[in-house]
Structure formats: structure tokens, C-alpha cells
Design a protein around this ligand. Structure first.
Ligand code: PSU
Ligand code: MN
Length: 303
């Protein structure tokens, strides 16, 4: 049984040095409700194509990593939702041996992307150091993966459900360059600002592509994080969303929710409290990341 299989359109694009963009499936099965999850996943693929790229949505089907799922497979990930396990690095051998389906997180999407030779990956937000990590030790495996696997991840920063200063500290320790697309401030997902500085503000697509190329030339292991602020018109004021996040975290603690359930619980709770406003913002920032990420990947192929 193959460890992974690559969609023929994706392998052809890779062979011809055309931009391929990896997309994750945990955002589909655990990050958004049905049917918005499927609609968003298919629209993101469309945005990638409109910008001249080839999308490769990644998930695990019958124990095999699929790099470039079909629309029907994406639909299945959306419909089955939370009943498909959320798979991080430590879960991979178990999922393979049991020939199960698995929704890939940022960490495992990076793993399969790297196996297939896909260099760019677009998503909404990454996992990071959770608030209270000094007691719980809850630090997302996404950070570890960024420290070791060579894929450039384009996202809208990290949500304030995380401890953002500590997340940046861990990324620094692991040697991950954190870039801001036309901003020197780390975006905080629903909001464009966080008061924290990124390592470098990218001026344009080519500027970003050159940094990715430079890292490859140096043979440095690990990924690069490109953070792209949510478009102004879809952003939610920090005071407003932070109050919601506080409420969601309080309820999570009350219910004793821990470990891998934390992020999906908080995402759903925040969407519920905001009456869908956060979900609409979430969807828009993913589209925006797909546009910027594909343009940077295209500039990389043209260097
Ligand atoms: N952040 C989001 N949306 C998401 C996730 C994070 O805004 O869907 C998902 C991603 O798949 C990410 C995972 O890799 O949650 C992180 O989970 P954890 O914190 O359990 O490592
Ligand atoms: Mn965790």
C-alpha cells in the first residue's frame, strides 16, 4: 500500500515547475460546519486556479495520504466532519495501520506536501502555544513541524485563542522565519494587528519568493511562515472578538475540554457566539490567503 498518492494533474504541474498549492482537510472536517466547509474548500481551489495555480487538497483515505483530492472526496470530508479523526504526526502510524480516513492538520498536511514535493501550503490559521501552556504544556505539533519540514505556509497569523507572544518565541527557537505580507506586524487572524512584530515585512510576491529560494539554497531544514492580514472589510475589532474568545475559553475550561479537542471546540464556540460573523470572516481570510499564496508560489516558479 502506498504511503501517499498524487493526483495526476498535480504531478504534471510539479514536473512542469508550475505553482502547486497544498490545502488542509482538518479545516474542512473540524474547522467549519457543513455545508460551509465544503463550499469554502471548493471555492479556495477555484481561487488558486484563478491565480494560475493547481490546488492539492490533502487528506488521508483508507490509510493513504491523498495529495489532490477530488471534489467528491472533499464533499465526503465535509459531510462526515468530526467523525473523521483529526490526524497529527503522532497519529499517522495508527491511521495507516488501520486503513482509516484522517483529516490532516497543518502538521500532517506539511508532511504529505513535502513527500510529494509541494512547496507552498495555504490555510487559515496555524496551531500554536495555547494560553496557559505553562501549566498544560499544550503546544501545537504544527510548530514542531514548521521547525523540521520544508514547506512554506501562508496563513492569517494565529488566533487569539493562543498565546501569540509565546507562539512567536517557539517559532524563533525552532528557526522558523515569520514573514508578514506587506506588514511588519503579526496579524491575529480575525484582526489585522496584534502589537507583535514579524521578522520581516515582505514588499511584494517576488520579495517573498526570493526568501523561500534563499532558504532552499542554504539547505536549511524547516518551513517558513508567511502571515497575511485579513482584508480590512472582513476584520473584527480586537476588543469585540477577544471578549468572545475569553467566553469560549472559560466554557472550555468549565467543561474540562483538553488536548486535540480544544481548537475545534473554540472555533465552533466562537462561531456560535458571534452568530456566524466569525465564520464569514474565517472564510474570507482563507480566500485572501489563497490569492496571495498562489501569487508568491508563481513568483517562486518564475525566479
Ligand atoms: N486554526 C484555525 N482553524 C483550524 C485550525 C487551526 O483557525 O482549522 C486547525 C488546523 O488544522 C491546525 C489545527 O493544524 O487546528 C491545530 O490543532 P491543535 O491546536 O490541536 O494542534
Ligand atoms: Mn494541542
Amino acid at each position: 500500500m502506498d504511503v501517499f498518492r498524487v493526483n495526476p494533474e498535480v504531478s504534471q504541474a510539479l514536473a512542469e515547475n508550475r505553482p502547486v498549492i497544498a490545502l488542509e482537510s482538518t479545516i474542512i472536517s473540524h474547522g467549519m460546519p457543513y455545508p460551509q466547509n465544503v463550499e469554502t474548500a471548493l471555492n479556495v481551489e477555484k481561487v488558486v486556479r484563478e491565480h494560475g495555480g493547481v490546488p492539492a487538497t490533502i487528506g488521508i483515505i483508507d490509510g493513504v495520504g491523498v495529495v489532490g483530492m477530488t471534489a467528491e472526496e472533499i464533499e465526503e470530508f465535509g459531510k462526515r466532519g468530526m467523525s473523521i479523526p483529526k490526524v497529527s504526526r503522532r497519529d499517522l502510524p495508527i491511521i495507516r495501520a488501520s486503513k482509516s480516513w484522517g483529516a490532516t492538520t497543518v502538521a500532517t498536511t506539511m508532511i504529505f506536501a513535502a513527500m510529494a514535493g509541494v512547496k507552498f501550503f495555504v490555510t487559515g490559521g496555524i496551531g500554536g502555544v495555547h494560553r496557559g501552556a505553562e501549566n498544560t504544556f499544550d503546544i501545537s505539533a504544527d510548530l514542531e513541524e514548521l521547525g523540521r519540514t520544508d514547506v512554506t505556509v501562508i496563513c492569517a497569523g494565529a488566533k487569539a485563542i493562543l498565546d501569540l507572544p509565546k507562539t512567536l518565541e517557539v517559532l524563533e527557537t525552532k528557526g522558523v522565519p515569520v514573514l508578514g505580507f506587506q506588514t511588519s506586524e503579526l496579524p491575529a487572524f480575525y484582526t489585522r494587528t496584534s502589537g507583535l512584530k514579524v521578522d520581516y515585512a515582505i514588499r511584494d510576491y517576488e520579495d517573498g519568493a526570493r526568501i523561500v529560494r534563499a532558504k532552499h539554497e542554504m539547505g536549511l531544514s524547516g518551513g517558513i511562515l508567511i502571515t497575511n492580514p485579513i482584508p480590512e472589510k472582513y476584520s473584527i475589532p480586537a476588543e469585540q472578538i477577544n471578549a468572545v474568545i475569553e467566553r469560549a475559553i472559560a466554557e472550555m475550561d468549565e467543561r474540562g475540554i483538553k488536548g486535540k479537542e480544544c481548537t475545534p471546540f473554540l472555533l465552533a464556540k466562537i462561531a456560535e457566539i458571534t452568530g456566524g460573523e466569525s465564520l464569514a470572516s474565517n472564510i474570507q481570510l482563507v480566500y485572501n490567503n489563497a490569492a496571495v499564496g498562489t501569487e508568491i508560489a508563481k513568483a517562486y516558479c518564475e525566479l
